[in-house]
Design a protein around this ligand. Structure first.
Ligand code: PGA
Length: 246
């Protein structure tokens, strides 16, 4: 269960979040719990989860390990700051910051190189769904952004299916729609990396996941977890999502 805080919260708000959140999830050993705060909050977040099962991730990384790239943050820096995870290719990066399948692959490789687990995001736009292109888009994103990985690299990634029309809109994909898309992605994984690798890869669903819809989504065998934006900002609501099975 991963929370993507996007561009919200200061370091002191980060510490306050975990003070309330940590005890709420202390019994949740059925899943891994990850929060991806803005870069400037990483130190506060890593300190706040020390000694708990909660792990921290970045929201993006650059593919070079260091250099004259003003404003960028490298994978080894995230690892050194205490991150275990990093989101790659989020639709907001694709939409506003020129991310392409090609740069998604570069960042994914850089994340693996730094020992981070990348959460690689894919998903179709509303007009693509409405014009029946969902499967083609998912196949293209897989081919361009993921299929360049060697099998041992693929074994170390997590995928997030996030239909862009469901992000921040309150319109969740129905569990069936999400599971159908997950099947397409897993089918791609199977064709490229074999049945065992496809069965093992974790595919998270993201897009307006809330405490009141998470159970239905998680009831789908195809859905292995959630990538949560808005509802991860409040300790009680993200804890309720993490604890969906209790
Ligand atoms: P949302 O965002 O839960 O606010 O829809 C999900 C995401 O962008 O990862």
């Amino acid at each position: 269960m991963a929370g993507n805080w996007k561009m919200y919260k200061s370091p002191s708000e980060t510490s306050a979040f975990f003070e309330r959140f940590n005890p709420l999830v202390s019994g949740a050993d059925h899943c891994e719990i990850v929060i991806c705060p803005p870069f400037v909050d990483l130190a506060a977040a890593v300190e706040a989860v020390s000694g708990t099962r909660v792990e921290i991730g970045g929201q993006n990384l650059y593919w070079e390990s260091e250099g004259a790239y003003t404003g960028e943050v490298a994978g080894p820096m995230l690892a050194a700051a205490g991150c275990r995870w990093v989101i790659v290719g989020h639709s907001e990066r694709r939409q506003y910051f020129g991310e392409s399948d090609e740069t998604v692959l570069k960042r994914t490789l850089a994340a693996l190189q730094a020992g981070l687990t990348p959460i690689v995001c894919v998903g179709e736009l509303l007009e693509q769904r409405e014009s029946g292109q969902t499967e083609a888009v998912l196949v293209r994103q897989f081919e361009g952004g993921i299929a360049g990985l060697a099998p041992e690299q693929f074994a170390r990634i997590t995928i997030a299916y996030e239909p862009v029309w469901a992000i921040g809109t309150g319109k969740t994909a129905t569990p069936e729609i999400a599971a159908d898309a997950h099947r397409v992605i897993r089918g791609q994984a199977g064709a490229k990396y074999g049945a065992d690798a496809a069965a093992a890869v974790r595919i998270l669903y993201g897009g307006s996941v809330k405490p009141d819809n998470v159970k239905g989504l998680m009831a789908q065998e195809e859905i292995d977890g959630a990538l949560v934006g808005g509802a991860s900002l409040k300790p009680d609501s993200f804890a309720a999502i993490v604890n969906y099975n209790s």
